[in-house]
Design a protein around this ligand. Structure first.
Ligand code: SAH
Ligand code: SF4
Ligand code: F3S
Length: 450
Protein backbone atom coordinates (compact mmCIF):
# COMPACT_ATOMS: atom_id res chain seq x y z
CA UNK A 1 0.00 0.00 0.00
CA UNK A 2 1.24 3.44 -0.87
CA UNK A 3 1.02 5.83 2.05
CA UNK A 4 -1.85 8.32 1.68
CA UNK A 5 -0.36 11.79 1.58
CA UNK A 6 -3.16 13.72 -0.07
CA UNK A 7 -6.80 13.51 -0.98
CA UNK A 8 -8.67 13.64 -4.26
CA UNK A 9 -12.31 14.29 -4.98
CA UNK A 10 -13.54 12.74 -8.20
CA UNK A 11 -16.80 14.16 -9.55
CA UNK A 12 -18.41 11.94 -12.18
CA UNK A 13 -21.06 12.94 -14.71
CA UNK A 14 -22.57 10.93 -17.56
CA UNK A 15 -23.08 7.32 -18.47
CA UNK A 16 -21.68 3.97 -17.37
CA UNK A 17 -18.68 4.46 -19.66
CA UNK A 18 -17.71 7.34 -17.41
CA UNK A 19 -18.48 5.26 -14.31
CA UNK A 20 -16.04 2.64 -15.56
CA UNK A 21 -13.45 5.27 -16.51
CA UNK A 22 -13.82 6.75 -13.03
CA UNK A 23 -12.83 3.40 -11.54
CA UNK A 24 -9.71 3.34 -13.71
CA UNK A 25 -8.86 6.93 -12.81
CA UNK A 26 -9.41 6.14 -9.11
CA UNK A 27 -7.02 3.19 -9.52
CA UNK A 28 -4.32 5.46 -10.96
CA UNK A 29 -4.91 8.12 -8.28
CA UNK A 30 -4.57 5.50 -5.57
CA UNK A 31 -1.34 4.32 -7.19
CA UNK A 32 -0.04 7.91 -7.05
CA UNK A 33 -0.69 8.03 -3.32
CA UNK A 34 -4.08 9.73 -3.23
CA UNK A 35 -6.83 8.85 -0.81
CA UNK A 36 -10.40 9.90 -1.52
CA UNK A 37 -12.78 12.42 -0.03
CA UNK A 38 -16.23 13.77 -0.81
CA UNK A 39 -15.39 17.04 0.94
CA UNK A 40 -14.03 19.71 -1.40
CA UNK A 41 -12.60 21.60 1.56
CA UNK A 42 -10.33 18.66 2.35
CA UNK A 43 -9.35 17.81 -1.22
CA UNK A 44 -5.91 18.56 -2.66
CA UNK A 45 -7.14 17.65 -6.15
CA UNK A 46 -10.66 17.94 -7.54
CA UNK A 47 -11.12 16.19 -10.86
CA UNK A 48 -14.25 16.50 -13.00
CA UNK A 49 -15.04 13.55 -15.25
CA UNK A 50 -17.45 15.23 -17.64
CA UNK A 51 -20.24 14.36 -20.08
CA UNK A 52 -21.41 16.41 -23.08
CA UNK A 53 -24.19 14.28 -24.52
CA UNK A 54 -26.74 17.02 -23.77
CA UNK A 55 -26.42 20.71 -22.98
CA UNK A 56 -27.62 20.30 -19.40
CA UNK A 57 -24.86 17.77 -18.56
CA UNK A 58 -22.35 20.27 -19.81
CA UNK A 59 -23.97 23.19 -17.98
CA UNK A 60 -23.81 21.31 -14.69
CA UNK A 61 -20.09 20.64 -15.11
CA UNK A 62 -19.45 24.28 -16.05
CA UNK A 63 -21.48 25.43 -13.03
CA UNK A 64 -19.37 23.21 -10.77
CA UNK A 65 -16.19 24.58 -12.31
CA UNK A 66 -17.35 28.16 -11.69
CA UNK A 67 -17.85 27.41 -8.00
CA UNK A 68 -14.58 25.60 -7.55
CA UNK A 69 -12.72 28.44 -9.25
CA UNK A 70 -13.81 30.66 -6.36
CA UNK A 71 -12.73 28.01 -3.85
CA UNK A 72 -9.32 27.87 -5.50
CA UNK A 73 -8.85 31.59 -4.81
CA UNK A 74 -9.12 30.93 -1.08
CA UNK A 75 -7.02 27.76 -1.27
CA UNK A 76 -4.15 28.38 -3.66
CA UNK A 77 -2.70 24.87 -3.12
CA UNK A 78 -5.83 23.23 -4.52
CA UNK A 79 -5.42 21.63 -7.95
CA UNK A 80 -8.43 21.33 -10.25
CA UNK A 81 -8.70 19.17 -13.36
CA UNK A 82 -11.13 18.25 -16.11
CA UNK A 83 -11.29 15.03 -18.11
CA UNK A 84 -13.85 12.92 -19.94
CA UNK A 85 -16.00 13.67 -22.95
CA UNK A 86 -16.16 17.46 -22.64
CA UNK A 87 -12.36 17.63 -22.67
CA UNK A 88 -12.45 16.20 -26.22
CA UNK A 89 -14.71 18.97 -27.54
CA UNK A 90 -13.06 21.58 -29.74
CA UNK A 91 -14.41 24.58 -27.87
CA UNK A 92 -13.22 23.24 -24.50
CA UNK A 93 -9.75 22.60 -25.89
CA UNK A 94 -9.63 26.21 -27.05
CA UNK A 95 -11.04 27.44 -23.74
CA UNK A 96 -8.21 25.68 -21.89
CA UNK A 97 -5.94 28.42 -23.25
CA UNK A 98 -8.43 31.15 -22.40
CA UNK A 99 -11.24 31.15 -19.89
CA UNK A 100 -10.35 27.72 -18.52
CA UNK A 101 -6.63 28.52 -18.31
CA UNK A 102 -6.91 28.46 -14.50
CA UNK A 103 -7.36 24.66 -14.59
CA UNK A 104 -4.26 22.72 -13.54
CA UNK A 105 -4.94 19.44 -15.33
CA UNK A 106 -6.81 18.33 -18.46
CA UNK A 107 -6.81 15.04 -20.31
CA UNK A 108 -9.26 13.35 -22.66
CA UNK A 109 -11.00 10.03 -23.19
CA UNK A 110 -8.15 8.54 -25.27
CA UNK A 111 -5.21 8.97 -22.90
CA UNK A 112 -6.44 7.96 -19.45
CA UNK A 113 -3.61 5.40 -19.36
CA UNK A 114 -1.16 8.32 -19.43
CA UNK A 115 -2.37 9.46 -16.01
CA UNK A 116 0.61 8.21 -13.95
CA UNK A 117 2.93 10.43 -15.97
CA UNK A 118 0.48 13.34 -16.06
CA UNK A 119 0.07 13.21 -12.26
CA UNK A 120 3.85 13.13 -11.78
CA UNK A 121 4.19 16.22 -13.95
CA UNK A 122 1.41 17.91 -11.97
CA UNK A 123 3.35 17.11 -8.78
CA UNK A 124 6.44 18.79 -10.14
CA UNK A 125 4.46 22.03 -10.42
CA UNK A 126 3.67 21.87 -14.12
CA UNK A 127 0.27 22.76 -15.60
CA UNK A 128 -0.66 19.62 -17.55
CA UNK A 129 -2.93 19.71 -20.60
CA UNK A 130 -2.85 16.62 -22.82
CA UNK A 131 -5.81 15.73 -25.02
CA UNK A 132 -5.42 13.37 -27.97
CA UNK A 133 -7.44 13.81 -31.17
CA UNK A 134 -8.04 10.09 -31.60
CA UNK A 135 -7.32 6.83 -29.80
CA UNK A 136 -4.33 4.59 -30.43
CA UNK A 137 -4.82 0.82 -30.23
CA UNK A 138 -6.87 -0.59 -27.32
CA UNK A 139 -4.88 -0.27 -24.10
CA UNK A 140 -5.09 -3.22 -21.71
CA UNK A 141 -4.26 -3.83 -18.04
CA UNK A 142 -5.92 -0.65 -16.83
CA UNK A 143 -6.25 -0.51 -13.05
CA UNK A 144 -9.70 -0.58 -11.50
CA UNK A 145 -10.83 0.57 -8.07
CA UNK A 146 -14.46 -0.54 -7.96
CA UNK A 147 -17.01 1.61 -6.18
CA UNK A 148 -19.50 -1.16 -5.59
CA UNK A 149 -17.99 -4.52 -4.59
CA UNK A 150 -21.01 -6.37 -5.99
CA UNK A 151 -21.14 -4.75 -9.41
CA UNK A 152 -18.54 -4.59 -12.13
CA UNK A 153 -18.60 -2.73 -15.44
CA UNK A 154 -16.44 -4.21 -18.17
CA UNK A 155 -15.82 -2.50 -21.51
CA UNK A 156 -16.13 -4.74 -24.53
CA UNK A 157 -16.01 -2.04 -27.18
CA UNK A 158 -14.88 1.56 -27.12
CA UNK A 159 -16.17 4.36 -29.34
CA UNK A 160 -18.99 4.34 -31.87
CA UNK A 161 -19.25 4.34 -35.66
CA UNK A 162 -22.99 4.83 -35.97
CA UNK A 163 -23.18 8.59 -36.21
CA UNK A 164 -26.80 9.04 -35.21
CA UNK A 165 -27.27 12.59 -36.40
CA UNK A 166 -28.03 14.08 -32.95
CA UNK A 167 -25.17 12.40 -31.13
CA UNK A 168 -21.77 13.73 -30.10
CA UNK A 169 -20.45 10.43 -28.70
CA UNK A 170 -18.65 9.29 -31.90
CA UNK A 171 -16.76 12.61 -31.89
CA UNK A 172 -15.62 12.46 -28.29
CA UNK A 173 -15.11 8.70 -27.92
CA UNK A 174 -13.59 7.96 -31.33
CA UNK A 175 -13.98 5.07 -33.75
CA UNK A 176 -15.32 1.72 -32.65
CA UNK A 177 -12.72 -0.73 -31.28
CA UNK A 178 -13.21 -4.18 -29.70
CA UNK A 179 -11.22 -5.79 -26.94
CA UNK A 180 -10.01 -9.37 -27.36
CA UNK A 181 -12.25 -12.13 -25.95
CA UNK A 182 -9.52 -13.38 -23.58
CA UNK A 183 -8.95 -9.90 -22.15
CA UNK A 184 -12.66 -9.44 -21.44
CA UNK A 185 -13.00 -12.94 -20.00
CA UNK A 186 -9.97 -12.42 -17.77
CA UNK A 187 -11.34 -9.11 -16.46
CA UNK A 188 -14.79 -10.58 -15.78
CA UNK A 189 -13.39 -13.64 -14.00
CA UNK A 190 -11.07 -11.47 -11.92
CA UNK A 191 -13.99 -9.21 -10.99
CA UNK A 192 -16.04 -12.26 -9.98
CA UNK A 193 -13.14 -13.60 -7.90
CA UNK A 194 -12.98 -10.30 -6.07
CA UNK A 195 -16.69 -10.47 -5.21
CA UNK A 196 -18.55 -9.01 -8.21
CA UNK A 197 -21.78 -10.89 -8.77
CA UNK A 198 -23.45 -8.60 -11.26
CA UNK A 199 -21.35 -7.82 -14.33
CA UNK A 200 -22.40 -5.34 -17.01
CA UNK A 201 -20.66 -5.41 -20.37
CA UNK A 202 -20.31 -1.94 -21.82
CA UNK A 203 -20.28 -0.65 -25.37
CA UNK A 204 -22.12 2.08 -27.26
CA UNK A 205 -23.30 -0.66 -29.58
CA UNK A 206 -22.43 -4.07 -28.16
CA UNK A 207 -23.82 -5.85 -31.23
CA UNK A 208 -20.88 -4.49 -33.19
CA UNK A 209 -18.53 -6.44 -30.93
CA UNK A 210 -15.71 -8.25 -32.70
CA UNK A 211 -15.27 -6.09 -35.79
CA UNK A 212 -11.60 -5.98 -36.64
CA UNK A 213 -10.67 -9.00 -34.50
CA UNK A 214 -9.11 -12.18 -35.93
CA UNK A 215 -10.73 -15.62 -36.44
CA UNK A 216 -11.73 -17.74 -33.46
CA UNK A 217 -13.17 -21.27 -33.10
CA UNK A 218 -14.09 -21.60 -36.76
CA UNK A 219 -15.75 -18.17 -36.89
CA UNK A 220 -14.23 -15.50 -39.13
CA UNK A 221 -14.20 -13.33 -36.01
CA UNK A 222 -15.79 -13.41 -32.57
CA UNK A 223 -19.17 -11.67 -32.41
CA UNK A 224 -21.37 -10.63 -29.51
CA UNK A 225 -23.24 -13.96 -29.13
CA UNK A 226 -19.89 -15.78 -29.12
CA UNK A 227 -18.60 -13.48 -26.38
CA UNK A 228 -21.74 -13.95 -24.29
CA UNK A 229 -21.41 -17.75 -24.55
CA UNK A 230 -17.73 -17.60 -23.57
CA UNK A 231 -18.54 -15.49 -20.50
CA UNK A 232 -21.55 -17.59 -19.54
CA UNK A 233 -19.19 -20.55 -19.36
CA UNK A 234 -16.30 -18.78 -17.65
CA UNK A 235 -18.22 -17.06 -14.84
CA UNK A 236 -18.99 -18.87 -11.58
CA UNK A 237 -22.53 -20.09 -10.87
CA UNK A 238 -24.79 -17.43 -9.39
CA UNK A 239 -23.20 -14.65 -11.47
CA UNK A 240 -25.47 -12.26 -13.30
CA UNK A 241 -24.40 -10.95 -16.68
CA UNK A 242 -25.86 -7.85 -18.34
CA UNK A 243 -24.92 -5.61 -21.25
CA UNK A 244 -25.65 -2.15 -22.54
CA UNK A 245 -26.34 -0.78 -25.11
CA UNK A 246 -27.57 -2.94 -27.94
CA UNK A 247 -28.57 -1.09 -31.08
CA UNK A 248 -32.02 -2.26 -32.27
CA UNK A 249 -30.85 -2.30 -35.87
CA UNK A 250 -28.31 -5.06 -35.21
CA UNK A 251 -30.33 -7.40 -33.00
CA UNK A 252 -30.48 -10.62 -35.03
CA UNK A 253 -31.69 -14.19 -34.54
CA UNK A 254 -28.26 -15.39 -33.45
CA UNK A 255 -28.24 -12.84 -30.66
CA UNK A 256 -31.81 -13.61 -29.61
CA UNK A 257 -30.92 -17.31 -29.48
CA UNK A 258 -27.99 -16.49 -27.16
CA UNK A 259 -30.23 -14.43 -24.88
CA UNK A 260 -32.75 -17.24 -24.55
CA UNK A 261 -30.23 -20.05 -24.01
CA UNK A 262 -27.53 -18.61 -21.72
CA UNK A 263 -28.47 -18.95 -18.05
CA UNK A 264 -26.34 -16.18 -16.59
CA UNK A 265 -27.46 -13.52 -19.06
CA UNK A 266 -30.18 -11.57 -17.24
CA UNK A 267 -33.58 -11.03 -18.80
CA UNK A 268 -33.20 -7.29 -19.13
CA UNK A 269 -32.38 -5.56 -22.37
CA UNK A 270 -31.87 -1.88 -23.05
CA UNK A 271 -33.07 -1.20 -26.57
CA UNK A 272 -33.24 2.54 -27.26
CA UNK A 273 -36.01 3.33 -29.73
CA UNK A 274 -35.47 7.13 -29.71
CA UNK A 275 -38.62 7.99 -31.71
CA UNK A 276 -41.72 6.49 -33.28
CA UNK A 277 -42.05 8.38 -36.54
CA UNK A 278 -40.29 6.76 -39.49
CA UNK A 279 -39.47 10.18 -40.88
CA UNK A 280 -37.74 11.20 -37.64
CA UNK A 281 -35.98 7.83 -37.32
CA UNK A 282 -34.63 8.32 -40.84
CA UNK A 283 -33.48 11.84 -40.06
CA UNK A 284 -31.76 10.45 -36.97
CA UNK A 285 -29.96 7.82 -39.08
CA UNK A 286 -31.16 5.04 -36.80
CA UNK A 287 -31.51 2.47 -39.57
CA UNK A 288 -34.90 0.98 -38.62
CA UNK A 289 -38.58 1.83 -38.91
CA UNK A 290 -41.01 1.77 -36.00
CA UNK A 291 -42.48 -1.45 -37.37
CA UNK A 292 -39.10 -3.14 -37.65
CA UNK A 293 -38.33 -2.12 -34.09
CA UNK A 294 -41.61 -3.52 -32.77
CA UNK A 295 -41.15 -6.77 -34.73
CA UNK A 296 -37.69 -7.20 -33.26
CA UNK A 297 -39.11 -6.57 -29.78
CA UNK A 298 -41.80 -9.15 -30.36
CA UNK A 299 -39.21 -11.79 -31.26
CA UNK A 300 -37.16 -10.99 -28.16
CA UNK A 301 -40.20 -11.14 -25.87
CA UNK A 302 -41.32 -14.45 -27.37
CA UNK A 303 -37.85 -15.95 -27.01
CA UNK A 304 -37.44 -14.76 -23.41
CA UNK A 305 -40.84 -14.68 -21.69
CA UNK A 306 -40.98 -12.24 -18.78
CA UNK A 307 -37.95 -10.24 -19.93
CA UNK A 308 -37.83 -6.54 -19.10
CA UNK A 309 -37.24 -4.04 -21.87
CA UNK A 310 -35.94 -0.56 -21.16
CA UNK A 311 -35.41 2.21 -23.67
CA UNK A 312 -34.27 5.74 -24.42
CA UNK A 313 -36.81 8.07 -25.99
CA UNK A 314 -36.19 11.58 -27.26
CA UNK A 315 -38.59 14.42 -28.02
CA UNK A 316 -38.08 17.57 -30.07
CA UNK A 317 -35.70 16.33 -32.74
CA UNK A 318 -35.56 18.92 -35.57
CA UNK A 319 -38.62 18.67 -37.79
CA UNK A 320 -40.62 16.63 -35.26
CA UNK A 321 -44.26 17.67 -35.66
CA UNK A 322 -47.11 16.99 -33.26
CA UNK A 323 -48.07 14.11 -35.53
CA UNK A 324 -44.54 12.65 -35.40
CA UNK A 325 -44.62 12.96 -31.63
CA UNK A 326 -47.93 11.07 -31.57
CA UNK A 327 -46.16 8.21 -33.36
CA UNK A 328 -43.61 8.17 -30.52
CA UNK A 329 -46.43 7.90 -27.97
CA UNK A 330 -47.96 5.08 -30.06
CA UNK A 331 -44.71 3.12 -30.15
CA UNK A 332 -44.05 3.65 -26.44
CA UNK A 333 -47.54 2.38 -25.73
CA UNK A 334 -47.22 -0.62 -27.98
CA UNK A 335 -43.70 -1.53 -26.82
CA UNK A 336 -44.79 -1.41 -23.17
CA UNK A 337 -41.31 -0.59 -21.83
CA UNK A 338 -40.66 -1.52 -18.21
CA UNK A 339 -38.98 1.84 -17.92
CA UNK A 340 -37.46 4.43 -20.21
CA UNK A 341 -35.04 7.31 -20.01
CA UNK A 342 -36.71 10.28 -21.63
CA UNK A 343 -34.74 13.15 -23.12
CA UNK A 344 -35.34 16.52 -24.68
CA UNK A 345 -33.29 16.85 -27.87
CA UNK A 346 -30.30 19.10 -27.30
CA UNK A 347 -28.34 20.45 -30.30
CA UNK A 348 -24.67 19.38 -30.14
CA UNK A 349 -21.87 21.22 -31.90
CA UNK A 350 -20.53 19.46 -34.96
CA UNK A 351 -23.37 16.94 -35.31
CA UNK A 352 -25.50 16.76 -38.45
CA UNK A 353 -28.77 17.53 -36.63
CA UNK A 354 -27.42 20.79 -35.24
CA UNK A 355 -27.82 22.48 -38.59
CA UNK A 356 -31.09 20.83 -39.62
CA UNK A 357 -34.02 23.16 -40.29
CA UNK A 358 -37.17 23.36 -38.16
CA UNK A 359 -35.64 23.16 -34.71
CA UNK A 360 -38.53 22.63 -32.29
CA UNK A 361 -39.48 25.44 -29.89
CA UNK A 362 -38.51 24.99 -26.23
CA UNK A 363 -42.15 25.24 -25.01
CA UNK A 364 -43.13 22.56 -27.47
CA UNK A 365 -40.34 20.27 -26.28
CA UNK A 366 -41.33 20.84 -22.67
CA UNK A 367 -44.94 20.03 -23.37
CA UNK A 368 -44.01 16.84 -25.24
CA UNK A 369 -41.58 15.53 -22.63
CA UNK A 370 -44.25 16.03 -19.96
CA UNK A 371 -46.78 14.01 -21.91
CA UNK A 372 -44.23 11.31 -22.69
CA UNK A 373 -43.17 10.92 -19.05
CA UNK A 374 -46.78 10.76 -17.93
CA UNK A 375 -47.50 7.94 -20.38
CA UNK A 376 -44.31 6.02 -19.58
CA UNK A 377 -44.93 6.24 -15.83
CA UNK A 378 -48.36 4.74 -16.32
CA UNK A 379 -46.87 1.92 -18.38
CA UNK A 380 -44.04 1.30 -15.87
CA UNK A 381 -46.57 1.03 -13.05
CA UNK A 382 -48.72 -1.39 -15.07
CA UNK A 383 -45.63 -3.51 -15.87
CA UNK A 384 -44.70 -3.64 -12.19
CA UNK A 385 -48.27 -4.50 -11.17
CA UNK A 386 -48.07 -7.59 -13.35
CA UNK A 387 -45.51 -8.93 -10.87
CA UNK A 388 -47.88 -8.74 -7.89
CA UNK A 389 -48.06 -12.14 -6.20
CA UNK A 390 -45.07 -13.57 -8.07
CA UNK A 391 -41.91 -14.77 -6.35
CA UNK A 392 -38.73 -13.21 -7.73
CA UNK A 393 -35.07 -14.08 -7.34
CA UNK A 394 -33.55 -10.96 -5.80
CA UNK A 395 -29.89 -10.19 -5.21
CA UNK A 396 -29.58 -8.39 -1.88
CA UNK A 397 -27.55 -5.19 -2.05
CA UNK A 398 -27.81 -3.94 1.54
CA UNK A 399 -29.99 -1.87 3.86
CA UNK A 400 -32.41 0.47 2.12
CA UNK A 401 -31.18 4.06 2.06
CA UNK A 402 -34.47 5.30 3.49
CA UNK A 403 -35.17 2.68 6.14
CA UNK A 404 -32.41 0.50 7.65
CA UNK A 405 -34.98 -2.10 8.74
CA UNK A 406 -35.56 -2.80 5.06
CA UNK A 407 -33.21 -4.49 2.64
CA UNK A 408 -32.87 -3.48 -1.01
CA UNK A 409 -31.96 -5.61 -3.95
CA UNK A 410 -32.63 -6.23 -7.61
CA UNK A 411 -34.43 -8.82 -9.65
CA UNK A 412 -32.73 -10.40 -12.64
CA UNK A 413 -34.78 -7.93 -14.68
CA UNK A 414 -33.00 -5.16 -12.72
CA UNK A 415 -36.04 -3.95 -10.81
CA UNK A 416 -35.44 -2.53 -7.35
CA UNK A 417 -37.16 -4.47 -4.54
CA UNK A 418 -37.45 -3.61 -0.82
CA UNK A 419 -38.37 -6.13 1.87
CA UNK A 420 -38.23 -6.19 5.65
CA UNK A 421 -34.90 -7.62 6.77
CA UNK A 422 -32.10 -5.97 8.68
CA UNK A 423 -29.15 -8.22 7.98
CA UNK A 424 -29.25 -9.74 4.50
CA UNK A 425 -25.75 -10.35 3.15
CA UNK A 426 -24.92 -8.24 0.09
CA UNK A 427 -24.77 -10.55 -2.90
CA UNK A 428 -27.04 -13.16 -1.35
CA UNK A 429 -29.78 -14.47 -3.66
CA UNK A 430 -33.12 -14.49 -1.89
CA UNK A 431 -36.67 -15.17 -2.98
CA UNK A 432 -39.15 -12.37 -2.44
CA UNK A 433 -42.91 -12.44 -2.95
CA UNK A 434 -44.00 -9.16 -4.54
CA UNK A 435 -46.83 -7.52 -2.61
CA UNK A 436 -46.76 -3.87 -3.58
CA UNK A 437 -45.94 -2.32 -6.94
CA UNK A 438 -44.95 1.31 -7.47
CA UNK A 439 -43.76 3.06 -10.62
CA UNK A 440 -40.06 2.65 -9.84
CA UNK A 441 -39.89 0.07 -7.01
CA UNK A 442 -41.44 -3.14 -5.75
CA UNK A 443 -42.10 -4.17 -2.13
CA UNK A 444 -42.47 -7.69 -0.79
CA UNK A 445 -41.53 -10.27 1.85
CA UNK A 446 -39.11 -13.20 1.87
CA UNK A 447 -40.82 -16.26 0.41
CA UNK A 448 -37.96 -18.63 1.24
CA UNK A 449 -38.40 -18.44 5.01
CA UNK A 450 -41.23 -19.74 7.13
N1 SAH B 1 -25.03 4.26 -27.52
C1 SAH B 1 -26.23 4.32 -26.83
C2 SAH B 1 -26.46 5.52 -25.94
C3 SAH B 1 -25.78 6.79 -26.17
S1 SAH B 1 -26.21 8.24 -25.31
C4 SAH B 1 -27.33 4.14 -27.84
O1 SAH B 1 -27.15 4.22 -29.01
O2 SAH B 1 -28.43 3.93 -27.42
C5 SAH B 1 -27.65 7.83 -24.39
C6 SAH B 1 -28.90 8.45 -24.88
O3 SAH B 1 -28.83 9.86 -24.85
C7 SAH B 1 -29.27 8.14 -26.31
O4 SAH B 1 -29.87 6.90 -26.44
C8 SAH B 1 -30.20 9.26 -26.66
O5 SAH B 1 -31.53 8.95 -26.34
C9 SAH B 1 -29.73 10.39 -25.78
N2 SAH B 1 -29.08 11.44 -26.54
C10 SAH B 1 -27.95 11.36 -27.28
N3 SAH B 1 -27.69 12.55 -27.87
C11 SAH B 1 -28.67 13.39 -27.50
C12 SAH B 1 -28.97 14.76 -27.79
N4 SAH B 1 -28.20 15.46 -28.61
N5 SAH B 1 -30.07 15.31 -27.23
C13 SAH B 1 -30.87 14.58 -26.42
N6 SAH B 1 -30.65 13.30 -26.11
C14 SAH B 1 -29.56 12.70 -26.65
FE1 SF4 C 1 -24.69 7.94 -30.21
FE2 SF4 C 1 -26.02 6.49 -31.97
FE3 SF4 C 1 -23.53 5.80 -31.29
FE4 SF4 C 1 -25.52 5.52 -29.54
S1 SF4 C 1 -25.32 4.43 -31.51
S2 SF4 C 1 -23.50 6.41 -29.14
S3 SF4 C 1 -26.83 7.25 -30.00
S4 SF4 C 1 -24.12 7.64 -32.40
FE1 F3S D 1 -21.30 8.88 -21.86
FE2 F3S D 1 -21.80 11.44 -21.81
FE3 F3S D 1 -19.57 10.62 -22.83
S1 F3S D 1 -23.26 9.86 -22.18
S2 F3S D 1 -19.95 8.59 -23.63
S3 F3S D 1 -20.21 10.40 -20.70
S4 F3S D 1 -20.82 12.23 -23.65
Amino acid sequence: MTEVLRLAKLVVFGCQMNERDSETIAGYLEGAGYGFTEDELKADLILYLTCCVRGNAEDRALGNLGQVKRLKKTRPGLKVGICGCMAQEGWVREALDERLSWLDLAFGTHNIHRLPELLARLDSGERVVEVWDSPQEVVEDLPVLRKDPLKAFVNITYGCDNFCTYCIVPYVRGRERSRAVFEITAECVKAAESGAKDITLLGQNVNAYGKGLGPVDGLARPDFPYLLAALDEALPDGSRLRFTTSHPRFVDDRMIEALSSLGKVCEQYHLPVQAGSDKVLRMMNRGYTAKEYLNMLDKVKKAVPGCAITSDVMVGFPGETEEDFQRTLDVVEEAGFDSAFTFVYSPRKGTAAESMPDQVLEEEKKDRIGRLIELQNKISLAANRKLLGSVEEVMAEGPSAKDPRMCSGRTRTNKMVHWPEADAKPGELVRVRIEKARTFVLHGTRADRT
